[in-house]
Design a binder for this molecule. Structure first.
Ligand SMILES: [Fe+2]
Length: 307
């Protein structure tokens, strides 16, 4: 399989209300590296196994949530091709000039039917701390905190999930890996992949637009999920649920909150997706098992607390 077009989630820009507390959380506890603090107040972070300059952008604000999620596209030619496809689909597109985020080329930005701002980019500087490529050790410096490997995906809440899934599949060439449907076959959950992961972004219906459910980081093993749980208890981090497992994607997971109330996930596992896989379908009455396979029921917080 050749992966072209949209390659992967590249960054997420998260609003935080106390930058010092946020950095303690994301750097010391989750284990991201601090890349730069810029004069506009934004702070850039990356995980140890990422080649690109940054993957998490924190912005000081008076309310939590997500400003935007950016996806990396294979080439500038592909970026232009998606820009054209979006315009042809009637999507209003904005160009963000190169350098608006340090080290990042021009970006193509647009708002999807759920109300979220999505961006595409094809160029980002390589991190000076990126993983070695000649006789590479398993890591350049031993990972800290929860030892997250990479920024992996976001789950976003908003209206018009079917229209959003259609935009991602028909225009951005993602594939629908799993969906949740009501008894009358309305899609209330969509899990979408641009490559071989079980999901790169997911959407769950809510009446309120542009809500941020969580940003997720990948771990190497189920043992690391337990290690993350130890850190959550040791340092009194606000805990949501887990360690547990998802039915959807089959990831092994734990959820918690940053000091501003944004939900984070760290997870391991999940299946490999291939483009000839059929769509896996969950009925809404099995949503508990779909989300939390061991508990087989949702906690109210997971459904209602979003930023
Ligand atoms: Fe997730």
């Amino acid at each position: 399989m050749a992966i072209s077009g949209v390659l992967r989630p590249g960054y997420v820009q998260i609003r935080v209300m106390d930058m010092d507390a946020a950095l303690k959380h994301y750097v010391d506890r989750i284990g991201l590296d601090l890349v730069s603090k810029e004069s506009d107040g934004r702070v850039y972070l990356r995980a140890w196994d990422e080649f690109d300059r940054h993957s998490i952008v924190l912005r000081q604000a008076d309310r939590p949530g997500m400003d935007c999620m950016g996806f990396k596209v294979a080439t500038d030619v592909e970026l232009t091709r998606y820009e054209k496809r979006l315009k042809e689909a009637g999507v209003k597109v904005e160009t963000v000039p190169a350098g608006e985020q340090p080290g990042v080329g021009r970006r193509v930005a647009f708002t999807i039917p759920t109300g979220h701002r999505i961006e595409l980019f094809s160029q980002m500087e390589t991190s000076p701390q990126c993983p070695p490529t000649i006789n590479p050790d398993v890591w350049p410096q031993e990972p800290r905190g929860m030892r997250v490997v990479r920024f992996d995906h976001c789950l976003l809440y908003g209206p018009h999930v079917p229209e959003t899934a259609k935009l991602f599949t028909d225009v951005l060439e993602f594939r629908l890996t799993e969906k949740v449907v009501t008894p009358d076959n309305a899609m209330i959950g969509a899990f979408l992949s641009c490559a071989t992961k079980a999901h790169d972004v997911a959407f769950i219906h809510s009446d309120e637009p542009a809500k941020f459910h969580h940003a997720s980081f990948f771990l190497e093993s189920w043992h690391d999920v337990g290690h993350a749980a130890d850190i959550i208890s040791r340092y009194g981090i606000s805990h949501d649920i887990g360690p547990t497992r998802h039915g959807i994607t089959r990831g092994q997971t734990i959820y918690f909150f940053d000091p501003s109330g944004n939900r984070n996930e760290v997870f391991a596992g999940g299946y490999t997706y291939y483009p000839d896989n059929p769509v896996r379908v969950w009925s809404a009455d099995e949503l508990g098992k779909a989300i939390f396979y061991y508990e087989r029921q949702l906690n109210e917080r997971f459904l209602s607390v979003v930023t």
